[in-house]
Design a protein around this ligand. Sequence first.
Ligand code: BDP
Length: 694
Amino acid sequence: EDGYDLWLRYRPLPQAEAAAVRAHAAQLVIGGASPTQEVTRQELLRGLGGLLGGAPVVASTVSADGAIVVGTPASSAQIAGLHLDLRALGHDGYLIRSVVVAGHPATVVAANDDVGALYGAFHLLRLVQTGQALDKLDVREWPRLKLRVLNHWDDLNRHTERGYAGQSIWDWQKLPDWLDPRYTDYARANASLGINGTVLNNVNANAAILTAPYLEKVKALAGVMRPYGIRVYLSVKFSAPIEIGGLKTADPLDPQVQKWWRAKADEVYALIPDFGGFLVKANSEGQPGPQDYGRNHADGANMLADALQPHGGVLMWRAFVYSQENRDDRAKQAYAEFKPLDGKFRSNVLLQVKNGPIDFQPREPFNPLFGAMPKTPLMMEFQITKEYLGFATHLAYLGTMFEETLSSDTMSRGKGSTVAKVIDGQLDGHQLTGIAGVANIGTDRDWCGSDFNQANWYAFGRLAWNPTESARSIAADWVRMTFTDEAAFVTPVVDMMMGSREAVVDYMTPLGLHHLMGHGHHYGPAPWDATGPRADWTPVYYHRADHDGIGFDRTSTGSNAVAQYAPPLAAKFNDPATTPEVFLLWFHHLPWSYRMQSGQTLWNELVMHYTRGVDTVGQMRDTWGRVGSHIDAERYQKASTFLAIQQKEALWWRDASIAYFQSLNGLPLPAGVAPPQHPLSYYESLSFPFVPGY
Ligand code: BDP
């Protein structure tokens, strides 16, 4: 049990459960005419075979009670004969229903397309894995978002930026010849969630990915992904025409540059006819872009979109921008640059926007671009890898964080204008919709650097399919599929997961604090750090603490970032009394003596949060210790050790933060609260030269 099997473990069910399922899995009626049908059949045989201790008999038509019939009206005459209403399901949707076929009770998994049937097959397996009754099934599912993609921040030398799970899984040197079986398992895991795209390389792109040898490698990977309904995309470097094309400029309005990109797109599509498109990070953190030539983001995006358009490709342009020259609040810069461009993008452009206005912090308010660009399809970018949430070892279930953003109300078209409705196109009538997750996948046997990190990949995929699903029920499914469905394990472990991200917020950056991590590598606390090449990379820029108070004033008398939100929210965030306390110091600079809703002073409450964060990790360790006997020793031990690391580091965060802020305000700790273990100078003196992912 090294975690390699993820949530697709397919271990034998308990006897009684298996017997009940067998009555509904006597026969498997499924075609094998297309590669997708073939992998669907293989997965069902593998899954049911493992879960039931023996695979069902494969038959060409239903001839016994308890058949499973999988396919499309085109691939199966028996499914066509059922005259199911599949109209609303689109390409990727499916239904699973208890029906009678040729006089026999059966379960049908039906879709319009092979890939929908594949998704339905995975759903049926999930029902079995999670112990659901199979006698009266009536499931209808379709994805709310069109593009559901992972972003790999993987470099061509196999380093993964912000990767904490080993090297990049793409073994470029051995491609295109050697197709590591892991690629297929990667595709299976993604397809099981409905993820239908993968951007193979880092947004800080290397132009070489577009050279002929690399495109051959990309083609080989696309071939592995194709049966699973997954398209490949590439991050491209805006200056590629110069770097690999021999041109003198990458100006998007230059006809030679446009021609070069058109020819490049033609070359890519000649090799990979179903290629997804390009992702671009431009004029951000030193990356080249259209502004280098006095053009704007729309000029750059549209030039690339035009090259992809004849092939049906999509251009994903990132909105993660903030510039060194701009001295204005970093949180305001993306909105300032992009909002004026609303309506200026081609119809095959998606603007990819990070969930919050700064950068994947443990907690941020939603990015004000959501709801502010009704004429442009905005795509969500979440980070699954835990760059700012303790790397691989801290247990932080991100389902709650994703849910919090998706359910945030932008108020852009009145109450109920949630971020989910912005990105799924409902609010402004967009057809092209999408969501991206920065992957946490690497060569570690457990894929994600810890078993619990797998839950974040899983939750991202489930929410990409349906952004209104509950984080709790997703966690429960994951726990059942990954570990065991014994209630004595599931309930406490799900509870532990549900509180885990809040614990990280508490011990790292409570009450709206943000970006206080060590410079560059983002490992551990460094709230004292005021050095570095630019102010907005330093923690002191973000907390603004001194003898009298703490917090970033983003009100109308401060940076006025609040004005980027819809008027009712702007008013709410402008006043500390109506600002949700979880965002208090995000929007306000307040005296240490400020009275919180609890009646406590801000200082006391801050200390309480830090302490509570550490205590929660202690409780997580206790919980895990109590339930360990329900699972295998290997995964139990690893998670135990990681929780011990987390507890140590949570205490480090708490103590360093309290010691530092206390050095500024000189205030005593509330009665009964333990002082930091070491003096501030100790925490300041720690150094970390070889942090992973950096
Ligand atoms: C930040 C990361 C950096 C990324 C950048 C981005 O620290 O490694 O390159 O975001 O998203 O979170 O482009």
